[in-house]
Design a protein around this ligand. Structure first.
Ligand SMILES: CC(C)(COP(=O)([O-])OP(=O)([O-])OC[C@H]1O[C@@H](n2cnc3c(N)ncnc32)[C@H](O)[C@@H]1OP(=O)([O-])[O-])[C@@H](O)C(=O)NCCC(=O)NCCSC(=O)C[C@@](C)(O)CC(=O)[O-]
Ligand SMILES: NC(=O)C1=CN([C@@H]2O[C@H](COP(=O)(O)OP(=O)(O)OC[C@H]3O[C@@H](n4cnc5c(N)ncnc54)[C@H](OP(=O)(O)O)[C@@H]3O)[C@@H](O)[C@H]2O)C=CC1
Length: 429
């Protein structure tokens, strides 16, 4: 079985890391050439992906290690520009694997397509008319995308809502038809949009009213993924801080975020530090995931912590994260961007539901990484030490000087560009 526990991986050179990954994964000769070249996304492919292309924009791609999820080892590709995120995820995954790893689960892959109907003479009668024709609408939607039905997906249900019914409502009434669609391993935007556009004329005919919007909802609350971990306090001891102190600090930090949107936004940003890099590395739509995640954090009406941290009867720290996770292992850029293909290959993922679960486990780990640092040494020590190289480069250091300047920035505890410029000048004289 492949392991994700590769001690000291970060102390290797980039070449050594690449060789190790090539040995661990059965890439073809062509794949090796495509994945490990200097410009994996060619300008021709890029020009076919978006409009007005003038180049490609690169991000560092690192590997989150030590992840044990439902008893399976995962090496996690993470595309991100921010220092210390990959280290922090790996650090927490190492702790959690000693406690048995993360457990995760996911609901069925059901996405939502919305059809907006306005101008009904009687909204309740129009709603009833749609419900009477429900099976016909579902059949018509499925007929518009037979291949997804053949793959075991398609429309599984239909609901109708009336918005703005209150007499003092600011806006006019509208009828919203929800098509619930199993998109199997695709994120499904194109599948859903094809279906809702195709049944819109039928909906207009049934309601004798006008359809405007026909589009998926990114609030994918029927495609949820959950991660959970239970950590004995002895695994949380850090420097002078006891495991109990760290555990209690993490719970207090959660309670702060869950009570105060000013803190919740930063706390949740820390969770997205883990989620976005995997979503990006696998060629998925991170705007869709971000929008859904933040809306879910506000599902109670107030914007709150995405995670929950508590202690169980044995005194263990218990972490939970549940989020909408509309990601795919096919479609979008997943099979177009060579590095997305490589990332899915390294992850050894079999389905979109499995990918969704891995992503929330990384989000949970990332949150604990930040909170553990925040309730002990503070964020600057670990984060800024790793960020020091970027500061050195921003100040003009190149080659071997990057390490020399970064080291001195950390030693003098002045990790800032002004100090780095002074050092670059000193060493170039
Ligand atoms: C950075 C650490 C992990 C060091 O922590 P440490 O205790 O020095 O780590 P360690 O030396 O004990 O190493 C443990 C493991 O961590 C990994 N690790 C350790 N170092 C590296 C490295 N250089 N490169 C790659 N991996 C590394 C590696 O897996 C290693 O295992 P090993 O391989 O040795 O068996 C810790 O200080 C930390 O987690 N800090 C928090 C970092 C963080 O959260 N960064 C996010 C940026 S700040 C932000 O944007 C969000 C925030 C904070 O505002 C959110 C919020 O407020 O909630
Ligand atoms: N609001 C939003 O979020 C919007 C997002 N988008 C974009 O839409 C894209 C995602 O759309 P999506 O429909 O997922 O992608 P695609 O249309 O690119 O690909 C999905 C297709 O892959 C094929 N497929 C092959 N194997 C499977 C499988 N196992 N399960 C499911 N489908 C399979 C199916 O086609 P077949 O059966 O014919 O082989 C399916 O229709 C992203 O790029 C996103 O950015 C677009 C509009 C709005």
């Amino acid at each position: 079985m492949k392991t994700s526990r590769i001690p000291g991986f970060y102390k290797m050179t980039v070449d050594q890391r690449q060789e190790l990954i090539k040995e661990m994964h059965p890439f073809s000769v062509q794949e090796k050439e495509a994945f490990f070249s200097n410009s994996p996304l060619t300008i021709d492919t890029a020009d076919n992906m978006i409009e007005n292309v003038i180049g490609t924009f690169q991000l560092p791609l690192g590997l989150g290690l030590n992840f044990l999820i439902n008893g399976k080892d995962y090496v996690i590709p993470m595309a991100i520009e921010e220092a210390s995120v990959v280290a922090s995820a790996s650090h927490i995954a190492r702790i959690v694997r000693q406690a048995g790893g993360f457990t995760t689960e996911a609901t069925e892959r059901v996405m939502i397509g919305q059809i907006q109907v306005v101008g009904c003479s009687d909204f309740h009668a129009a709603k009833e008319a749609i419900l009477i024709e429900k099976e016909n609408i579902i059949m018509a939607a499925n007929a518009a995308y037979p291949s997804i039905v053949a793959r075991g997906g398609g429309v599984v249900d239909l609901e109708v809502r009336i918005l703005n019914e209150a007499l003092d409502s600011k806006y006019g009434q509208m009828l919203i038809v929800h098509l619930y669609i199993n998109t199997v391993d695709a994120m499904g935007a194109n599948i859903i949009n094809t279906m809702v556009e195709s049944v819109a004329p039928l909906v207009e005919e049934i309601t004798e009213a006008k359809v405007y919007l026909r589009i998926l909802s990114n609030y994918a609350d029927r495609s949820l993924a959950r991660a959970h971990c239970v950590i004995p306090t002895e695994l949380l001891e850090t420097g002078d801080f006891s495991g109990e102190e760290v555990r209690d600090g993490v719970i207090h930090a959660f309670e702060f975020a869950d009570s105060d949107p000013y803190r919740a936004v930063t706390h949740n940003k820390g969770i997205m530090n883990g989620i976005d890099p995997v979503v990006i590395a696998t060629g998925n739509d991170w705007r869709a995931v971000e929008a859904g995640a933040h809306a879910y954090a506000a599902k109670s009406g107030a914007y709150r912590s995405m995670t929950i941290w508590s202690k169980d009867e044995a005194g263990n720290l218990v972490g939970e994260l549940e989020l909408p996770m509309a990601v795919g292992t096919v479609g979008g850029a997943t099979k177009v961007h060579p590095l997305a293909k490589m990332a899915l290959n390294i992850l050894d993922i079999k389905s979109a539901r499995e990918l969704a679960q891995v992503i929330v486990a990384v989000g949970l780990a990332q949150n604990l990484g930040a909170l553990k640092a925040l309730v002990t040494d503070g964020i600057q020590k670990g984060h800024m030490a790793l960020h020091s190289r970027s500061v050195a480069i921003a100040a003009g250091a190149t080659g071997e000087m990057v390490d020399i300047v970064a080291k001195e920035l950390v030693e003098t505890k002045q990790i800032r560009v002004g100090k780095a410029i002074e050092l670059v000048e000193k060493y170039t004289k």
